[in-house]
Design a protein around this ligand. Structure first.
Ligand code: COA
Ligand code: MG
Length: 237
């Protein structure tokens, strides 16, 4: 089963008219949720993420934009309602919105993180003892990158399972395979990939299938809009 990872760079600023136009293509409950964000960048990421999911679903399932409804598991992981043969997972951070998707029911998890300075002591609470040891064994100049590699990989696994932070993060270890890949001994049925989106952002994805691509396909904001051009606004509820 083919898996695709699509990434959209979030513009610094968008014309108000285009925000209004595209906000009208998403469901009223999501519109209200997005309107509550204080920071503009949070609104942009949430809106572009929702548009990325919708434009992908209408391109790869029989559903039209107006037919898209989500169901959520008890930890908040969204999937398409009514059993459509389509699975996806979204992540957004910094300047990027990333979607892993497949026209199948494969478990999928994806995570992107903007690289920012961290206090490595937090590794003791989030990482397994083996991961912490590997982190502190890295040369100083590589440690921050390695931290984000592990962070995004671990997050992509808990997102694939859909259990959120109810899944203890220190109970499984993600480590290099020795041939440029990543694996987890506690999750032998899962595949992992890790790749940069640009110098300031790392992404990772996880699935039970070998079909995970090694990197993301970059979609521009213009391409994303084109995919939705023919969709009429959705009514207020
Ligand atoms: N499982 C998988 N995906 C989920 C989910 C769940 N239980 N709950 C929500 N999502 C999806 C949604 O599409 C959500 O998008 P939305 O917020 O626009 O609705 C998206 O994942 C958010 O993912 P991301 O951008 O990567 O957010 P996050 O990294 O802040 O949080 C969580 C991801 C909610 C799934 C959860 O794992 C969490 O809170 N993590 C905290 C981070 C942490 O401590 N990580 C330690 C790693 S070592
Ligand atoms: Mg994340």
């Amino acid at each position: 089963m083919l898996i695709t990872i699509d990434a959209v760079y979030v513009p610094e600023s968008l014309p108000e008219a285009s925000i209004r136009e595209w906000t009208s293509r998403i469901a009223p409950d999501k519109r209200r949720k997005i309107a509550k964000f204080v920071r503009q960048e949070d609104r942009y990421r949430a809106l572009l993420g929702e548009l990325l999911i919708r434009s992908t679903v209408i391109g790869h399932t029989p559903l039209r934009n107006a037919d898209i409804r989500y169901a959520y598991n008890e930890y908040g992981k969204p999937s398409l309602e009514n059993g459509t043969n389509f699975s996806f997972n979204l992540s957004h951070s910094g300047r990027w919105v990333v979607l892993a998707w497949s026209a199948s029911r494969l478990p999928l998890g994806v995570d992107v993180e903007q690289i920012a300075p961290v206090d490595f002591r937090i590794a003791e609470s989030f990482f397994s003892p083996k991961e912490s040891a590997a982190l502190f064994a890295r040369p100083d100049e590589e440690r921050l990158h390695y931290f984000y590699r592990l962070w995004t990989l671990k997050e992509s696994y808990i997102k694939a399972l859909g259990k959120g932070l109810s899944m203890p993060l220190d109970r499984f270890t993600v480590m290099p395979t020795g041939s440029d890949g990543w694996h987890s001994p506690e999750a032998p049925d899962y595949r992992f990939v890790s790749f940069p989106l640009d110098a300031g952002h790392l992404a990772a994805a996880c699935s039970s299938s070998d079909a995970l691509p090694g990197e993301a396909r970059i979609l521009s904001w213009d391409e994303l809009q084109e995919r939705l051009l023919r969709e009429p606004p959705l009514a207020e509820s």
